[in-house]
Design a protein around this ligand. Structure first.
Ligand code: DAH
Length: 344
């Protein structure tokens, strides 16, 4: 009997010692189970109670209870302190620094094509032009016929397009020049208009995409001269590319202008000394222009004897490529924010 009491004392001491070295909750629970569980070391002693006298049973019972109580209170104390430190750790991890700056919602930006369009518009609005728009799904009549490009004209080969329906005269416009016709048809000179917008061609490589953007511009009055055309376009190109750039006008051909010219700017890469981009010429072709052809005036019912005008057309992506030094046109339409973010 006294053996049993001694055994209980040493068991509870042993358990309390073990508990002292426990670092985590699971170890504490394991120890608790080992000593206090139904099959634990202390409980197994209870089985021996049956062999004892009534008085001994009472004493042994008391000893068992106090041993259990001792271990149990040590367990409870430990679990309590673990959960306190767990809580403290959790709170420390969740501290909110109210002085940190807030998270910004990322803002979008204007696409480089839109930016260049606005820059071109800004210039022409300042010199008295207005902005007009026309349909992207256009009639053959406006896109070709009235611009002096009849059905069998070779100029059509360079502007093959997408037709809307087989054998119809409805197509996706290949340039913004038809807006000239639409504006002139409905109004009387004097006119100073620019017309930006998307155009379409059956073309696709690193400098051509099936859809791109152009700005058409034209001016009609009773005595518009080639000198005015030169003056305005020179001022415009200096505005976009800087005053120092040289500009030249080169004779060319367009069915809707006579005389026609192409305008070149000193190469933006090599400044005229010759490189791969300008094919060693030192010049980059930037736009087409000319004096509006009498046939075009005739097609809108204008009196070509008493009126004159100039027109020009430029590719917006081409301007953006030269301005920002971009060598692949397709990148404008991939919508990769790593590219777009650089030009915001
Ligand atoms: N429409 C021409 C094109 O897309 C560009 C152009 C050239 C427009 C000369 C004009 C012009 O008004 O005079 O290729």
């Amino acid at each position: 009997m006294s053996n049993m009491i001694d055994e209980l004392k040493s068991l509870s001491k042993e358990a309390v010692e073990l508990l002292k070295s426990a670092k985590i909750k699971d170890t504490v629970l394991d120890i608790k189970n080992k000593y206090l569980g139904r099959k634990g070391k202390i409980a197994s002693l209870t089985k021996k109670l049956g062999t004892l006298s009534h008085e001994e049973k009472r004493k042994a019972g008391e000893a068992i209870n106090s041993a259990k109580e001792l271990v149990d209170s040590a367990v409870r104390e430990l679990l309590h302190s673990f959960s306190k430190s767990e809580k403290a750790e959790q709170l420390a991890g969740e501290t909110l620094d109210v002085t940190l700056p807030g998270r910004l919602t990322p803002l979008g930006g204007l696409h480089p094509v839109t930016q260049v369009t606005q820059e071109v518009e800004d210039f022409f609005l300042k010199v008295g032009f207005e902005v007009a728009e026309g349909p992207e799904v256009e009639l053959d009549h406006y896109n070709f016929e009235s611009l002096n490009i009849p059905k069998d004209h070779p100029a059509r080969d360079m502007q093959d397009t997408f037709y809307v329906g087989e054998g119809t005269d409805v197509l996706l416009r290949t340039h913004t020049s038809p807006v000239q016709i639409r504006v002139m048809e409905g109004r009387k000179p004097p006119l100073r208009v620019i017309a930006p917008g998307a155009v379409y061609r059956r073309d696709s490589d690193i400098t051509h995409t099936p859809m791109f953007h152009e700005i058409e511009g034209f001016m009609v009055d009773d005595s518009v001269s080639f000198g005015e055309l030169k003056g305005i376009l020179t001022a415009f190109l200096h505005h976009i590319f800087g005053e120092k750039k040289s500009i030249r006008f080169r004779p060319s051909f367009f069915p809707f202008t006579e005389p026609s010219a192409e305008v070149d700017i000193e190469c933006v890469i090599c400044s005229g000394s010759g490189c791969r981009v300008c094919k060693s010429t030192g010049w980059l072709e930037i736009l087409g222009c000319g004096m509006i052809h009498p046939e075009v005036f005739r097609s809108v019912g204008y009196d070509s004897e008493n009126l004159s005008g100039f027109a020009f057309g430029l590719g917006i992506e081409r301007i953006a490529m030269l301005k920002y030094g971009i060598d692949d046109l397709r990148i404008f339409f991939e919508n990769d924010v790593r590219f777009l973010n650089q030009l915001r």
